[in-house]
Each structure stands twice: as C-alpha cells, then as structure tokens.
Design a protein around this ligand. Structure first.
Ligand SMILES: *Cc1c(COP(=O)(O)O)cnc(C)c1O
Length: 478
C-alpha cells in the first residue's frame, strides 16, 4: 500500500482530502417525487436537480474542485489569443500525456466532432471497443461506419474477465485486412469502457492494437476520458506493472496512440472542458482550421481562461494515485453492499460506476419495454436517487430485436459523496429489488431524432411501484 493513506476494516480507502465547502441536499416526500417523475416523462435526465437527493446520473462535470484548482482559476488569463492559461494547459498535457499538439474544446464531444470531420470520409470504418454515444454519432454524421471489435466478454455482465475493455485482436485484424488503409478512418480504443461497465483494457492488448494499426497504416486514437482509472486497473491487475507509478502508466498508454480525445469533465475534475491532443503536425493544422469555425480560437476552444487553469491543475491531480484509488474504491464499496444482498450487477466492478443488470433485476420486463429505463425511474421514486439508463434507449433508435446489455448506471461523482451517501443508495436499490414485481415495463411516447436517451419520454404500462390496489385498501381498512 502507498504511504499516506490507510484502509479501514471494510476495505474502504480513506479519502486523501477533507471537505471545506458543502452544498445542502434534501429528500422530498414520495408524492412530490412521483409528480416530479411524471413531469419528467419517467426520464431521469429530465428531472430537476433540486428534486434529486443523491445524484448518480453521471460522473461528468460533477466532481468537486480542489482548493488548488479554485486558486488557479483566479489566475485565468481571459485574453482572446495567446492566453497564458492556454500555454499552462498545453504544458500540463505535454508533461502528462506527451502529445505535442493540444486543442482545447468546450467538452469531449467538441473534440470528437473535430476529429470526425478531419479523419472520417463517407463509408470509412471506425473499429472500436463497443461505442460511446457521442463518439459514434459524430462518426456517423461524418458518414463513417462504426464497427464493434470488442471482445465478446464486454457484453457479458457475468463474465469476470479482468480486461473487458480489450479489443478482439483477431476481429480487428480481419477488419483491417479487408479494408485498411483506404476504408478505415481510425481505430478507436476507449479507456475504462463505459458501455461495458467501466471496464479497462490491458497494456498488452493496447500494444497488440498498436502493432496492427501500424502494420495496416491507420491512426490509433484513444478515447482517454478515463485513462487514469484504466492505468490504475493495469497496475493492480496486469502482471509486471505493480511497481509502476500511475503517472508512468498513464504516459505508457498515451505513448501507444497517435492522439487522444478527452472529456475533461471526468478524470480531470472540471465542470466543463475537453481536449483533442495529437502528434501529427498536419492533422493538428487541419483541426485548428476547423476549431475556429466550431469552438473558438485555438487558444481557448470554447473555454474560459479560468476553465483552462482548473483543467491544467486537474490533469496533474488525475495522476495522483491516492486520489484515483480512493475514487475507484467508492464504486467497489457500493458494489460490495449490493453483491452481499444478492442484487445483480456487472462484474468485475468498473471504474466510475456500479451498473445494475436490469435484465436480471426485472426479469418480468421484456427488453422492448425498456427495463433499465423503468428501473432508473423506480430508484428515483423510491429514494430520490438519480441514475442513468444504459441499455436499449441509449443503444439505438427504433425497437429492432436487440439483445445487448440493459444496464442502469449508478455513477459516482469524484470527491463528492461520502460512504454514508453510498450506504443510503444501497438501501434504496435493495428496497426496489424487494418490490421489483411492482415495476412494470414502459412505452416510449416521445422519441427524439438524435441521442434519444437524453430527451425521450415514457409512460409505464401499469401502476408504477404502487402496492396492488386490494392490498392498499386492506391496509386502509386496518
Ligand atoms: C463523456 C464522454 C464523452 C463525451 O464527452 P462530453 O464532455 O460529455 O462531451 C466521450 N467519451 C467518453 C468515454 C465519455 O465518457
């Protein structure tokens, strides 16, 4: 164990920080929660945050800033061009990840948009481990074809494979042999693969991907949004890396790719920000030509000077093993409580979240009736815990036959909640599990054209998490 922090007897890592500023939260009564849920069309994205008690919707932009980040923000240089804050950010990226060109964007999808515009020609393939919603939509809007080359274990919530984020090298080789280099835009590898439950790739696998992409002459781009946690899993799980520093492993991962996209709203502890970082001069030039069209001048890319200061400092903190280890241990703690109570979750536990397996949680709800959406709504109604659907609603448009993962994500914001908050969440999940027969399937009553999970609206097909009529009448008589 690293000096400087200790484990308590529940195996929980003691946070390497204490709390200086607090934000009040409150649990409203059940009728208010039911009204809020109806108003939100049973979609947790459409709830007001003041109606939420514990907000595990996302780890995106929800971190607590450190005192060093807040102090750095005072130094923000808001010059339109040549901002001192940009050069500090550029230096932090170069020192940490080694990429020569740094293009800030307003958030991760801004970087994905620019990358897709520059690298993807209509009809070209983008092989990747599963997908991320915004990553795929930008590739598809540019005419590209998303091609899954994840290992089969990625979509098996019960497989205990330690590196479910790995690419299937044989599948990748087949795709590249048939289409590369002309018909492949780039190969994308996502760290701590969100759609599989926050699952890492191994360094050995990434080395294999690097060799294949080099042989076939196509760029390798990391979605490095959760690179710190992926590096920690490599340190803990992959033979030969136990003595590496976290910073060293992060750099080793980054060095294997030609460039990376970051949503800094996750590992970098900032409320807003993203990055595109590449080595190739020509590629960087082409991105800078577009950044002025879509984001802003290349020295701020949609961010304020103070945002870039907080981001530069956050990048340094994201290589601190004590901070990253505490964060990952919070998911493990919550998962441990749920496993003890027999609740079906994705194993091994990933980096940033605990994923409930809605197919096993609500076996009476067929996938066409959106069991994960229904489960997320039920957790809100039961205890104002906000989670996110990661299943058929996020996965695709339409109701084509689909047998992929159907998950509810309980995502842990960084440095925000305590062990007591997580114990409360476990109790609410347990309560819904005990009453699971009372959670019916949903029908979708509004479907937006893009990324439908954000704004779709639903109606339950039967009374929602209410005791059966006869029972409540009997209770009233008594
Ligand atoms: C959040 C995220 C993105 C998109 O970034 P935004 O900052 O939300 O625009 C892309 N890839 C992954 C893996 C993410 O988690």
């Amino acid at each position: 164990m690293c000096p400087g922090y200790a484990d308590n007897d529940q195996g929980v890592t003691v946070p390497p920080w204490k709390i200086k500023v607090v934000e009040p939260i409150a649990l409203g009564p059940e009728p208010e929660r039911r009204r809020a849920l109806e108003t939100a069309g049973y979609n947790t994205f459409l709830l007001r945050s003041e109606d939420v008690f514990i907000d595990l919707l996302t780890d995106s932009g929800t971190s607590a800033l450190s005192q060093e980040q807040r102090a750095a923000m005072e130094l923000g240089d808001e010059a339109y061009a040549g901002s001192r804050s940009f050069f500090r950010l550029e230096q932090a990226v170069r020192e940490t990840y080694g990429y020569r060109h740094v293009i800030p964007t307003h958030q991760g999808r801004g970087a994905e948009h620019l990358l897709a515009k520059v690298l993807v020609e209509p009809g070209q393939l983008v092989p990747s481990n599963l997908y991320f919603t915004t990553s795929r939509v930008h590739v598809e809007l540019a005419g590209g074809v998303w091609t899954d080359v994840s290992i089969p274990e990625a979509e098996d919530p019960e497989s205990t494979h330690p590196f479910k984020g790995n690419l299937d090298l044989a599948a990748l080789e087949r795709v590249l042999a048939a289409a590369a280099p002309e018909r492949v835009a780039f190969v994308r590898v996502e760290a701590c693969l969100n759609m599989a439950g926050g699952q890492p790739f191994s360094l050995a696998n990434l080395v294999g991907v690097r060799e294949l992409t080099r042989t076939h002459g196509v760029p390798l781009i990391l979605d490095a949004t959760r690179i710190s946690e992926n590096a920690l899993f490599i340190k803990d799980r992959e033979a030969g890396h136990a003595d590496s520093t976290l910073a060293g492993l992060i750099r080793e991962i980054a060095d294997l790719a030609d460039g990376a996209v970051f949503s800094s709203k996750k590992d970098h502890f900032v409320p807003i920000g993203g990055l595109l970082a590449v080595n190739d001069d020509d590629l960087a030039e082409r991105v800078r030509e577009l950044v002025v069209v879509y984001e802003g001048f290349p020295h701020y890319g949609g961010l304020a000077g103070h945002d870039m200061e907080a981001l530069a400092q956050g990048i340094h903190e994201s290589t601190d093993e004590r901070i990253v280890r505490h964060y990952v241990s919070q998911s493990a703690y919550l998962a441990g409580l749920l496993l003890e109570r027999g609740i079906p979750i994705v194993v091994p536990v990933g980096a940033h979240a605990v994923f409930l397996d809605a197919k096993r949680f609500l076996p009476h709800v067929p996938q066409e009736e959106f069991p994960a959406q229904a489960l997320a709504a039920a957790l809100y109604l039961a205890g104002a815990v906000r989670s996110m659907e990661r299943g058929i609603v996020s996965g695709q448009r339409g109701n084509d036959p689909y047998d992929g993962l159907e998950l509810v994500r309980l995502t842990i914001p960084r440095r925000v909640y305590t062990q007591e908050h997580l114990a409360y969440v476990a109790d609410i999940v347990t309560d819904v599990y005990e009453r699971r027969e009372l959670v019916p399937g949903f029908q979708m009553v509004y479907e937006p054209a893009h990324l439908r999970f954000f704004q779709a609206r639903f109606e339950p097909r039967a009374p929602f998490l209410e005791p059966p009529r006869e029972k409540s009448r009997a209770a009233a008589v008594r």
